[in-house]
Design a protein around this ligand. Structure first.
Ligand SMILES: *Cc1c(COP(=O)(O)O)cnc(C)c1O
Length: 396
């Protein structure tokens, strides 16, 4: 039976993953998502959520979701254009557009869908997409669905981007697309240089700001604001599933024409259900909080600096960067893995990443700092790092 042979084949593949230490196991969290969570019946401090401002269980957001359940109901059983658009969806799209200073925005169930549905409607075989080699999987998939010519430039390498722009000169439209924050390294795209090149070669600039929206920039407009180029970005995709409440929902903000065209042609929008009103309302509240939460961003910066300096003072190598993503470098995959296990035994939950998620020989533990971490939680993490580091001979 063909089905049986597929299962046999997969069982072999799975065994192979396990033998290579690449099998993904899901650790069960026994509480809501917070800086302090329970795992295996134990309290641990969480340093691996994308909960940068600590809004994932903010009472005002939970309340907004609950109120929206009462006012707008649970589900819509429809895509947007049939009978799935409520006033709240239109209000949210207006709020998101105004937040970024763009003409309009369109909601998706996720940013994965926003990216999956962006390229194919806008660009065709006469056009060119120039994409950073480290862009997120959803961008890679979205680009694959599109007939435009593809140019993959080396990570943040502006000379290579220029070469590719010259190669793409005869295309009708050129779109440069980059993650604005690269989540494994915590570095920002060189958006200022990218915008200059876009001016020179008449290209559209589009960014995925998932790891920047809400917490980067003086007013939380994300990486483009942090780098002073928000008004030079043509298209922004991002998520409600990280800083902005952490549930789900994504969006694309752009010109009125781009958004209107996406409403007419973007397949994940046309052929997938409306975002539930409770998530929409929670996203709006999260955006409002991000807009006004100067203290949370200040606290996030202070927490990040405290963590980075503490790790460096203890002898660890932390990749440089301006974001709350702190990659602590170990090099060797098995050391990084054992280190993370030892941290968990001491009540610190952080995940080790190794090849193929990061390049060979660059295994690391990625810490994600939150504004909601207390000073005591940061201290506890630093103590655990020092103790495990000395016990394992990683630092003196
Ligand atoms: C998390 C992430 C996504 C996916 O966002 P979802 O809303 O969870 O689908 C897309 N792009 C980048 C860069 C991300 O970090």
């Amino acid at each position: 039976m063909p089905d049986h042979s597929l299962n046999t084949h997969l069982a072999e593949q799975l065994a192979d993953l396990k033998s290579k230490g690449l099998y993904k196991r899901e650790r069960r969290i026994e509480t809501p998502q917070n800086p302090g969570i329970a795992v295996n019946g134990r309290e641990v401090v969480n340093f691996c959520a994308n909960n940068y401002l600590g809004l994932s269980n903010h009472p005002a957001i939970v309340r907004a979701a609950r109120d929206a359940l009462d006012q707008w109901g649970f589900g819509l059983s429809s895509v947007r254009f049939i009978c799935g658009t409520q006033e709240i969806h239109k209000r949210a799209e207006r709020q998101i557009a105004e937040f970024f200073g763009l003409a309009d925005s369109i909601l998706y169930i996720s940013c994965f869908d926003a990216n999956g549905g962006l390229f194919e409607p806008l660009l065709g075989e006469h056009d060119a997409i120039l994409s950073d080699e480290l862009n997120h999987a959803s961008i890679i998939d979205g680009v694959r669905l599109c007939k435009a010519q593809r140019f993959r430039y080396k990570h943040s390498n502006m000379a290579d981007l220029r070469t590719k722009l010259i190669e793409a000169k005869s295309a009708r439209f050129r779109m440069i697309f980059t993650d604005s924050v690269f989540s494994m390294d915590g570095d920002l795209a060189k958006l200022s240089e990218i915008c200059d090149l876009a001016d020179e070669f008449d290209a559209i600039v589009a960014i995925d700001d998932c790891h920047g929206t809400g917490h980067l920039g003086a007013t939380g407009r994300g990486a483009a604001e942090e780098l002073g180029v928000l008004d030079r970005i043509d298209i922004i995709t991002s998520t409600l599933g990280k800083t902005l409440g952490g549930a789900s929902g994504g969006f694309t903000a752009a010109s009125a024409e781009v958004v209107d065209w996406l409403r007419n042609r973007s397949r994940p929008y046309l052929f997938s259900n409306s975002v539930p009103p409770s998530l929409v309302a929670a996203g709006m509240k999260a955006l409002e909080l991000a807009d006004t939460s100067v203290e949370l961003r200040t606290k996030l910066k202070a927490n990040t600096a405290k963590m980075r300096h503490g790790l460096e003072a203890a002898g660890f190598t932390v990749k440089p960067g301006p974001t709350p993503i702190l990659p602590v470098m170990f090099g060797d995959a098995s050391i990084a893995g054992k280190f993370a296990e030892a941290l968990l035994a001491k009540g610190i939950y952080a995940v080790a990443f190794s090849f193929p998620v990061v390049p060979q020989g660059q295994a690391r533990i990625r810490l994600q700092v939150s504004a909601a971490h207390t000073d005591e939680q940061i201290e506890a993490a630093l103590t655990a790092f020092r103790e495990v580091g000395q016990a394992m001979g990683v630092v003196n």
